[in-house]
Design a protein around this ligand. Structure first.
Ligand code: V47
Ligand code: SF4
Length: 389
């Protein structure tokens, strides 16, 4: 591996790119300006090589997935993000859904006896689903299945919930954590730069508020993820600004597990006139994120959004996690035009997908503890119950 990175360095004529490759070899951090140079000047194969080099020294061939399901409590939302194909205004209630606590608990119960490790709960920001509602939900889930890891609520939902309850973010987060909230998903980050955020997500929590909520969660010992919605009207400098703010907070707290770039999908929303990014741009972004975010352990390709084959491809561009079985329980991407209209994969399918590109499939829990190493398991010999989602 050292030999081939030396070959890359020797064959790179551009002095900026040569310096970046040297830094990667020496495991040094690249600057914001160098991140920008990668977006502006580097070929797909150049960033791909460096990202794969980092991925392999950090993780070898290991590729993580988990067994999870989603609950989307509602698609009614007080906000009106321009890219959202999912939310329905409170006034148009007939088009929306609202799940009661019992309905959500029934979803949890439907997984009884199945080896699921995580429930992911995210939805619209409903004016009536308040802090008490979600505290009761957390408590009931934990009472029913204490070992199930609850990863729930974006910083956008939390900010609204805390303000309505007239609690500080510190107080609100402590209450939810005590009720059973284990970690936070990465949604709602979109693009932090105000000049873009104000155009695509004008009315929800701003960058400072989003980062503050994650910092408070980290200070309570919780882990969180971070996303970036890319490929619409932002420019390269906004992507670097976004990742720079995340890298700075990670230096301070170390609480982020995973960075998840989310490709903008343009079906049936107010930005349908904006073309979607190409697969080449998607892979370049994954690779540059892997190179730039040196303090993020994991980089995830969310397969329901990217599609199965592109998720496979991303495993050569720095990605080491492809999320979970999901079990057809999320609508946010199918409504935005993803080719995955019914996102669900059995463990066997996920394992096969990873093995097809010669990587090592490892089932993880939310905190990246190894649940099962599937690299040597032959599915044809497994009892039927072990093949379940
Ligand atoms: O914040 C909404 C995005 C996010 C569109 O933490 C869109 O493990 C593209 O954050 N095109 C919510 N993206 C989903 C999310 C997530 C998903 C999977 C795993 C995790 C995790 C987090 O979905 C929103 C927004 O950025 N989104 N509409 C769209 N048209
Ligand atoms: Fe609401 Fe989230 Fe859609 Fe924005 S992206 S409108 S906050 S559901």
């Amino acid at each position: 591996m050292t030999h081939s990175i030396d070959t890359l360095i020797n064959h790179t004529a551009d002095i900026d790119l040569k310096n970046i490759a040297e830094k990667v070899k020496l495991q040094q951090r690249i600057t914001d300006q160098e991140g920008l140079q990668l977006f502006e000047k580097a070929s797909l194969s150049f960033v791909g090589f460096l990202a794969n080099y980092i991925r392999e020294w950090k993780h070898g061939d290991t590729t993580y997935f988990n067994r999870n399901f989603h609950i989307e409590p509602t698609n009614v939302c007080v906000f009106s993000c321009k890219f959202c194909s999912y939310s329905k205004l409170y006034a148009n209630k007939e088009e929306g859904w609202e799940l009661s606590i019992d309905q959500m608990l029934d979803i949890v119960k439907s997984y009884d006896g199945k080896p699921i490790t995580e429930v992911h709960i995210v939805g619209g920001v409903h004016p009536k689903m308040n802090m008490d509602y979600f505290i009761e939900l957390m408590q009931k889930i934990k009472a029913h299945r204490p070992s199930l890891h609850v990863k729930a609520f974006t910083a956008v939902e939390l900010d609204y919930m805390f303000r309505k309850a007239k609690l500080t973010a510190e107080q609100g987060m402590a209450k939810l954590h005590e009720a059973g909230l284990d970690s936070l998903p990465g949604g709602g980050a979109e693009i932090f730069a105000p000049e873009i955020r104000e155009q695509i997500a004008p009315d929800k929590v701003d960058a400072i508020g989003w980062l503050r909520i994650h910092e408070i969660a980290h200070n309570l010992g919780m882990h969180t993820n971070a996303t970036m919605l890319y490929g619409n009207i932002e420019r390269y400098e906004h992507r670097i600004d976004h990742m720079s703010r995340l890298r700075n907070l990670q230096d301070k707290t170390g609480g982020f597990n995973t960075f998840i770039p989310l490709k903008f999908r343009n079906h049936d929303n107010e930005m349908s006139n904006v073309p979607e990014s190409t697969v080449t741009e998607d892979m370049r972004l994954y690779a540059i994120a892997r190179i730039y975010l040196d303090n993020f352990p994991h980089l995830k390709a969310y397969w329901p959004m990217l599609g199965r084959e592109n998720a496979q491809l991303s495993l050569s561009f720095g990605v080491n996690d492809i999320d979970g079985t999901i079990d057809d329980s999320t609508k946010i991407y199918s409504m935005a035009g993803s080719e995955e209209q019914n996102p669900a994969m059995s463990t066997e399918e996920l394992v096969t997908l990873i093995k097809q590109v010669r990587r090592k499939p490892i089932e993880r829990d939310t905190l990246y503890n190894v649940v099962t190493d599937y690299s040597t398991i032959d599915f044809s010999n497994l009892p039927a119950e072990d093949k379940l989602n």
